[in-house]
Design a protein around this ligand. Structure first.
Ligand code: FES
Length: 151
């Protein structure tokens, strides 16, 4: 009897704790989606505070030619012009706003495509065709010497 009572109390306590955790998690998701104005880029949106380095690129060996790109850690960075200035690159979240599938870059058309349901995005990340209803979120490019970082 005492053991059963103990287990009942313990189970009730766990259930209460889990409900509290879920409520807190939901409120955090809402806050970051609104704050980042990302329109639902699930894999990256929650983890970026604006100063987190998402990708580091050695410009001596990577992204050497216009149209070269790297997609990793929730972002995609493309060389769009010669030179090593921040305007030579575009960095965007690589998660499709529709359902979070990773987009790929199409060099010949300077567009980003999502193979899952067919959304397309222009070279600047803006929406070209749905079903996604918003573009890819721009990320910050910083360059120090020959090291490019995406934040
Ligand atoms: S996840 Fe990209 S179009 Fe649906």
């Amino acid at each position: 009897m005492e053991r059963k009572e103990f287990l009942n109390k313990l189970t009730g306590g766990i259930a209460f704790t889990c409900v509290a955790c879920m409520m807190e998690a939901c409120s955090k998701d809402s806050a970051s989606a609104g704050g980042s104005n990302s329109g639902g880029t699930a894999p990256v949106g929650g983890g970026t505070g604006g100063n987190t380095v998402l990708l580091t690129v050695n410009l001596n060996t990577q992204l050497l030619n216009v149209g070269d790109f790297i997609s990793d850690n929730g972002v995609i960075v493309v060389r769009i012009a010669a030179g090593n200035s921040v305007t030579s690159f575009t960095a965007l979240t690589n998660a499709c706003p529709h359902a979070g599938y990773a987009v790929t870059y199409v060099k010949t058309s300077n567009t980003f495509n999502c193979a899952l349901h067919g959304s397309n995005f222009n070279g600047d990340g803006s929406l070209k065709n749905g079903p996604a209803n918003s573009g890819l979120t721009k990320k910050t490019v910083e360059i120090s010497g020959t090291t490019l970082t995406v934040k």
